[in-house]
Design a protein around this ligand. Structure first.
Ligand SMILES: [Zn+2]
Length: 319
């Protein structure tokens, strides 16, 4: 039942074709060649290269952030994650993957390894919400197909719309973290401020979700805004016991395009990759409109949705 992360050892270079920007895109559009940090060139590469193969940047700190292989339990929960009967004939959620966050750094766009997914298994993730204009539509579409996803929410959005965060949880999704204010990027601001923004996000998210926050976030999963990590921040989260999620592919939905164009783009990438953690933004109207057709395409092509949840916190053995 237990399995380990699938490692890719092909290089110490990092594929950085493009930079997800989300609703704060304006804050990530002005980067120029030679600026400090590890981020990719921002926009444009996605539309030039439909498979997301952009320039490679040396990822010097990869060796510094090599994790011990995370311990991942898989739990099979049958054909659907919802009540039996309600989801007959739907895409459904094929299984729940219980992920130990300790030292976790996954997503081959950014790290050498990813989750242990079988061929045609996908994990759906949505960043930057919640947003009343679009998130309810995303939730409705997911519910209609009995699909469970993970939402990496922004703290200030969660604080502004706690009803939507609670709805995400009530409908069976995982609510994870994406900083308090979504700086572009956390690697570009002083370390102490970056840590404070991350921690404020944890607390704001948990207060919105559960009415209270503790010393540790209830779901210890984090994704860096714009994937702007630094070795120091990665180490901080590792010491903190927070798992870091990148992505294996994305829809480039920060670039304006029609839902049809976006569907074609993401399905082309998915058919090429065959599996993986997929990044969307539930704050994008084009994504909300595309989602029904995307789920239909997954079903038609035999893809299966995997839902990730955190392993219970480790506790000291009692003798
Ligand atoms: Zn984001």
């Amino acid at each position: 039942m237990a399995s380990t992360l699938r490692s890719t050892t092909r290089s110490l270079t990092r594929r950085r074709a493009e930079l997800p920007c989300g609703p704060l895109r304006q804050s990530c559009g002005g980067r120029r060649a030679g600026e400090r940090g590890t981020r990719a060139s921002p926009d444009g590469a996605a539309t030039r290269d439909p498979l997301g193969r952009g320039r490679f940047l040396t990822w010097g700190f990869a060796m510094l952030s090599v994790v011990r292989l995370a311990f991942v339990l898989t739990v099979f929960v049958g054909a659907t994650a919802a009540r039996a009967g309600d989801c007959d004939g739907k895409l459904g959620t094929s299984r729940v993957l219980v992920v130990d966050p300790m030292g976790l750094q996954v997503g081959t766009k950014h790290f050498p390894q990813t989750l242990d997914l079988a061929d045609r298994e996908v994990v759906l993730t949505f960043d930057d919400g919640p947003l009343p204009a679009t998130t309810p539509s995303v939730l409705k579409t997911l519910a209609r197909e009995c699909v469970r996803a993970t939402f990496f929410v922004i703290g200030r959005n969660a604080a502004a719309h706690p009803d939507l965060v609670r709805r995400e949880i009530a409908e069976g999704h995982t609510v994870a973290h994406h900083s308090m204010t979504h700086p572009m990027t956390l690697a570009d601001i002083p370390y102490d401020k970056a840590v404070a923004d991350i921690e404020k996000g944890f607390k704001a998210d948990d207060r919105a979700a559960y009415g209270a926050s503790g010393a540790n976030p209830r779901v210890p999963f984090f994704r860096f805004p714009g994937f702007g990590a630094s070795p120091e921040l990665l180490d901080y989260l590792k010491q903190r016991g927070i798992g870091v999620f990148g992505a294996d592919l994305w829809a480039s939905d920060w670039n304006p395009m029609t839902p049809e164009e976006q569907l074609t783009l993401v399905m082309t990438r998915l058919d090429h990759a065959g599996r993986g953690i997929i990044l969307f933004h539930d704050t994008r109207g084009q994504t909300a409109k595309m989602l029904p057709a995307f789920l239909a395409a997954l079903k038609e092509k035999g893809y299966r949705v995997v839902h990730i949840v955190p392993a219970p916190p480790r506790t000291a053995a009692v003798h």
